[in-house]
Design a binder for this molecule. Structure first.
Ligand code: LLP
Length: 433
């Protein structure tokens, strides 16, 4: 199995976190998002320990909450003493509602509105990760009105293509995010930030991409960022205290995907940062990383009910389920791979057929996965599981075709509980006048 929280029990059913997924589907209905809370906590602890060991006691991970954002996750992050990365006032609102201490929150986004800036400062956001000049101006004004000095990091584009798919490659020079070192704009932003009375420049941020397996990517980004920091020290006397390396470590969606030892990788980055800082005469900064996917992805699974099985002789087979691109748009958007199994008989020795697993939206592109191998006698009423859906599924879900979003059920120490309720038709119409 692609993650060690998956197994098969005596009934021959797929389990997640030791719990029978077929029973969970019966109890909570389908479609159903499951999230293994124990696994999420384990990943937080792995990151915290690895970062402390690699970079020193002041360093810590921030959970990139765009991967999955709802109140219970912020409560877990609070308990695990994680920081968070938020990208909108909506995520801030959710974190505040969960009593997450906002001084440990870093506010991203390439276009924060005036209202966003005011909202974040009002609620005591710890840091802005400033993307552009306009934002710097607005923060300075609002901070002055509030009588505070707002801590910020500057988002820098180090000019790295992480060899990942283009839609999630954000560290390149032509990215919509941040200011490039190569064009001189990163330096201009540094000078501007230092000139603002109500802004305290704490350090720099970069994020090179998502679903990154190449361990070299973080090493290259680190070297570029430290060289830049050394240049700013030499030219402007500015000494960076914090370096945020962003998120991006990849997860396994398929058996053939590599398994990356994140702790070992972070340790390597730690050695490189120390050596590089020494060589450049820079003090060791507090290091942050912003994992999203690698905290929650393999804690998640989505369960569906099989509805129809359509065979088009000489062409194609379709297995339709009671969810689809509304709860998981990632195949439609990125052609993402997923492991798909029948939860009630993952090890069935029935002959297999190839099929597309599709949803029930009125759109041909509503595909969860193509070219899946399933028992050819699969039939209506069986439970189908799509694995590794903990990241960017619930958070990217929609109500297309007025389909209510599934609930999120968390699994903890052999128990299960609803963390997000199933939407109702009334919820879907709630704002209609
Ligand atoms: N920090 C920043 C500034 C980011 O832009 C991102 C992701 C992360 C951290 C977290 O990256 P992670 O550890 O999750 O790879 N919707 C796409 C992913 C978009 C990622 C955007 N930024 C997907 O479903 O694959």
């Amino acid at each position: 199995m692609i993650c060690n929280n998956l197994s098969i029990n005596e009934a021959g059913h797929l389990t997640l976190g030791g719990q029978d997924t077929v029973e969970l589907a019966r109890r909570y209905g389908t479609p159903l998002y499951l999230m293994d809370e124990d696994r999420i906590r384990e990943r937080c602890r792995m990151y915290k320990k690895a970062m402390r060991e690699a970079f020193g006691a002041k360093s810590s991970p921030l959970y990139a909450s765009k991967a999955a954002s709802f109140k219970q996750l912020y409560r877990i992050m609070k308990e695990e003493e994680m920081g968070i990365d938020v990208v909108s006032a909506g995520e801030i609102y959710t974190a505040v509602a969960a009593q997450f201490p906002l001084e440990r929150a870093y506010f991203h986004s390439n276009n924060k509105t005036d209202a966003d800036v005011a909202y974040a400062i009002e609620h005591g956001i710890g840091y802005f990760v400033v993307d552009n000049r306009e934002e710097l101006d607005v923060i300075d004004v609002v901070a002055r009105e509030k009588g505070i000095r707002q801590k910020i990091l500057l988002r820098i584009t180090p000019g790295i293509d992480p060899h990942t798919y283009a839609a999630v490659a954000t560290g390149k020079v032509d990215s919509k995010f941040g200011s490039a070192i190569e064009t001189g704009q990163a330096e201009e932003m540094t000078v501007l930030a230092l000139s603002k009375e109500n802004i305290s420049l704490v350090g720099y941020h970069c994020h090179v991409g998502s679903q990154v397996f190449d361990s070299d990517v973080f090493l290259r980004a680190t070297a570029i960022m430290l060289d830049f920091a050394a240049k700013m020290k030499a030219l402007h006397g500015y000494e960076m205290e914090e370096l945020d390396l962003g998120g991006g470590y990849g997860v396994r969606y398929l058996d053939e995907h590599p398994e990356i030892d994140i702790a070992a990788n972070i340790f390597q980055v730690g050695i490189a940062v120390k050596a590089h800082c020494e060589a450049l005469g820079l003090p060791m900064p507090a290091v942050r990383m912003e994992p999203g996917r690698s905290i929650v992805a393999d804690a998640g699974m989505t369960l569906y009910n099989v509805g129809t099985v359509k065979r088009i002789p000489g062409y194609k087979n379709y297995v339709s389920v009671d969810g689809g691109m509304t709860d998981n748009p990632r195949f439609a958007l990125y052609h993402s791979s997923y492991t798909v199994l029948l939860a009630d008989r993952p090890e069935s020795d029935a002959p297999k057929f190839r099929c597309s697993v599709v949803g029930r939206c009125c759109e041909s592109g509503d595909i969860l996965q193509e070219d899946v191998s399933l028992p050819e006698d699969v039939q209506r009423g069986e439970i189908l599981a799509v694995l590794t859906t903990g990241a960017y599924n619930y958070s990217m879900a929609s109500n297309y075709n007025r389909i209510p979003r599934p609930p999120v059920v968390m699994l903890r120490g052999g128990e299960s509980y609803v963390a997000v309720k199933r939407e109702t038709f009334e919820d879907v119409c709630a704002n209609d006048i």
